[in-house]
Design a protein around this ligand. Structure first.
Ligand code: B12
Ligand code: SF4
Length: 463
């Protein structure tokens, strides 16, 4: 039996433009969902994983499969439907799963043969068995998996072309920020994989660098931090010689022992969601967690960096409290915090989030011709109506922010600071130049977006 597992591309996502800059290779990440599905699949299936981010194959020239499984974030769903259509024309059954299939079940049901909602561990073997016996059901619900049931991902199935391997050690997040789908999809309970499973899986990864995809590797409570410490001790003990990057909340900075153990285990960078430069913004997005302890963010960032760990800040632009000047304010704030990289995204109502409910009820979703418009839901296009910012203005704010943070003098200042503090200045330089290099690409993409979609945004003042 032949199984194709496909990760559809979205040509609007600039990070997939590997050919535009060789450094973008460092920004293409492995589709871990498909590698986990492959890990759940029995030996009677011959599996190929196709990641369209590395190139779209001619499916008709490939041997006919018995089943196609497609994953998709919302932004990939249009392409997912195209691929599904091609295989269904050939009479091949198509199953779709992942976050978009879960949040937009009715839409997806109309375009594929079967949909798996939730996490797949509990139902995937059943799906495969049903395909073999020609009794594939229209829908399966995996709900939330037991973490003992998460198999090692099939790291052997995806070849070279990636700078990073990928692994997951926890699922779920209790914080439930208004713009984020994680709590709705993976639940509020912070579920942890057994540490020996994680260590064994790390050993299967060929790449020297690894992305730990957990939404928050260290968690928020004392028992989560204790587990993170145990994990880091076990990774260090296993002498993996891997360097990894992860996502965490700012409380990562609060515990010197945790930072020390993380660095010893191979941690080299951490993505932190600061979200807004002002407390009112954090209240608006429901991330009051960042306000606890009256923390000094600059000091927190410094403590992380002292352990040789790069800090990447993520902010959102377009909150109801954001007014003209927000772009400059975010750039200044991020520079003030002293972070190594800055990633700013447009506030985007993703299906299944509290923000989605709020914006749909207020009639504020500007790009709502679905499924066609989902391709703009990459967080790099302003798809909604923003309270104090017209579409032209919010784009200007975004570009102003990026141009400020990634100006040559500001990049050199960061590199010099790192040189002076004896911290990997070359990595900072390359990373910052890669971001800067992609600025013309995003400027062009946003100009095209404006040309096509400006009329669909009502004037912000009317709200
Ligand atoms: C790693 C990651 C990335 C990587 C992607 C790597 C890759 N190619 O997969 C990178 C950094 C590139 C990325 C980019 C983006 N991401 Co992202 N990402 C994640 C993250 C943190 C983890 C995903 C993961 O690997 N999980 C581990 C696997 C094992 O779990 P899983 O994907 O859920 O798969 C399970 C089930 O869903 C199911 N399943 C999945 N696919 C299929 C298919 C079939 C056939 C079946 C049966 C089952 C099934 O089975 C799996 C096992 O249980 C999630 C958060 C999260 N917790 O999901 C956000 C998340 C998926 N990302 C999100 C977003 C918005 C984006 C971006 C659009 C914007 C951005 N800048 O962040 C871009 C767009 C990418 C694009 N191409 O269009 C949102 C998606 C929301 C939505 N409705 O689409 C999430 C949920 C985060 C959030 N804050 O809400 N992301
Ligand atoms: S943004 Fe981060 S902290 Fe907030 S709910 Fe999502 S995963 Fe949790």
């Amino acid at each position: 039996m032949r199984l194709y597992l496909i990760n559809p591309s979205n040509p609007l996502v600039s990070i997939v433009k590997v050919k535009e800059s060789c450094w973008n290779r460092f920004r293409v990440w492995k589709p871990l969902s498909l590698m986990v599905l492959a890990g759940l699949t029995g030996p009677e299936w011959e599996i190929s994983i196709v990641d369209e981010n590395l190139g779209v194959p001619d499916y008709r020239a490939m041997p006919r499969p018995d089943l196609v499984g497609i994953t998709a974030f919302t932004s990939q769903s249009n392409r997912a439907y195209e691929v599904a259509g091609q295989f269904r024309e050939l009479g091949v059954p198509v199953v779709m799963g992942g976050i978009h299939a879960t949040m937009c079940l009715d839409e997806v049901m109309q375009r594929v043969d079967s949909v798996v909602t939730g996490e797949a561990e509990g139902v995937w073997r059943q799906v495969l068995d049903d395909v073999r016996h020609h009794r594939l059901r229209r829908q399966y619900d995996g709900g939330l998996a037991e973490m003992n049931d998460v198999p090692p991902a099939r790291h052997d199935l995806l070849g070279t072309g990636y700078a990073f391997g990928a692994i997951q050690t926890t699922r779920g997040c209790p914080l439930n920020c208004t713009f984020c789908s994680v709590t709705a999809f993976n639940g509020a309970r912070y579920r942890r994989r057994p540490i020996p499973d994680v260590v064994r899986e790390f050993q299967l990864i060929r790449e020297k660098r690894v992305l730990v995809v957990d939404d928050n590797l260290i968690g928020t409570r004392a028992e989560h931090i204790a587990r993170a410490k145990d994990l880091f001790r076990a990774l260090a003990k296993a002498k993996l010689r891997k360097q990894w990057i992860a996502q965490a909340t700012i409380n990562f900075a609060d515990d010197e022992e945790l930072l020390d153990l993380a660095a010893k285990a191979g941690c080299r960078g951490v993505f932190i969601g600061f979200e807004s430069p002002v407390p009112e913004g954090l209240v608006e997005v429901g991330k009051k967690f960042n306000l606890l302890k009256n923390r000094d963010f600059r000091d927190s960032v410094r403590r992380i960096q002292r352990h040789g760990i790069l800090a990447v800040a993520s902010f959102i632009i377009g909150l109801d409290i954001d007014k003209p000047g927000i772009g400059k304010l975010i750039a200044q704030t991020a520079r003030g915090y002293g972070v190594d990289y800055l990633n700013v995204l447009f506030l985007t109502p993703l299906p299944g989030t509290q923000l989605w409910d709020q914006m749909t009820s207020q009639g504020r979703i500007a790009l709502d011709n679905f499924p066609e418009d989902w391709k703009y839901y990459t967080l790099t296009f302003p798809v909604a109506q923003y309270k104090h910012l017209s579409v032209d203005r919010i784009i200007e704010e975004m570009l102003c922010c990026d141009r400020d943070f990634y100006s040559i003098p500001n990049i050199l200042r960061r590199v010099w600071t790192n040189l002076w503090r004896r911290r990997i200045p070359l990595v900072t330089l390359i990373g910052n130049l890669t971001y800067r290099n992609n600025l013309p690409l995003s400027t062009k993409a946003l100009a095209e977006f404006k040309g096509r979609c400006r009329d669909r945004h009502a004037c912000a003042k009317e709200l």
